[in-house]
Design a protein around this ligand. Sequence first.
Ligand code: HEC
Ligand code: HEC
Length: 164
Amino acid sequence: MHLKRKFLVPLSLLAAISISVAATLPQQEREPPKLVNLKVFPKNIPYRVLDHTMDEWSASLGVRCNFCHARNDATGKMDFPSDAKPEKTAARHMYLMMSKINKKYFDAKKDSLGMVITAGVNCYTCHRGDSHPEVKVPEEHHGPGGPPPGGMPPGGAPPAGGKG
Ligand code: HEC
Ligand code: HEC
């Protein structure tokens, strides 16, 4: 029981502190920011779910928030609703692609918010911590008959009219 007591004390202390901190914060600071420019997430997504998703995306691509989000030059602060960066648009497309793959090919269900559960693939499946995964076929696997089905031939598109 030694272990248990060791944990109980700091936990209750922490709870007491966070309650008193919350009580002293003005209402405005406690409310999560309003989400104003959602085009692919459900409009009623709770802030903590969005926040968690953003952390996951950043980690999957090995980037920080400013890879997709622009900074407001005047205020010097991040402008999360802004669509100024093309990477943000790319990420929306990626999210839609991922949802479609999971729904169509992995029979993934939707959660209570209407978001497709990432059953089969997620951002990390392809990105592995790389914001721009290279699209290529490993050289050593090009057999005498050319690249494997679905692979890109070396040097780009096959010649027009060729047998492929
Ligand atoms: C890979 C790109 C990407 C990264 C990295 C990213 N975001 Fe986002 N973020 C998006 C996209 C896309 C949306 C819009 C989703 C939609 O249209 O439904 C968004 C929306 C948001 C919003 C809602 C803005 C609004 O009010 O409309 C917030 C807040 C946000 N992101 C915060 C963050 C934070 C904090 C980080 C870093 C931890 C982060 N994002 C990292 C792509 C990204
Ligand atoms: C099926 C594989 C796959 C999945 C899943 C995937 N991506 Fe990608 N993503 C790619 C590839 C491949 C590229 C590079 C495309 C190119 O070369 O133009 C890319 C490019 C991007 C880019 C543009 C990067 C740049 O350099 O401009 C962003 C942003 C991005 N992905 C975000 C995401 C996010 C966020 C998710 C999860 C919601 C995701 N991706 C899921 C394969 C994937």
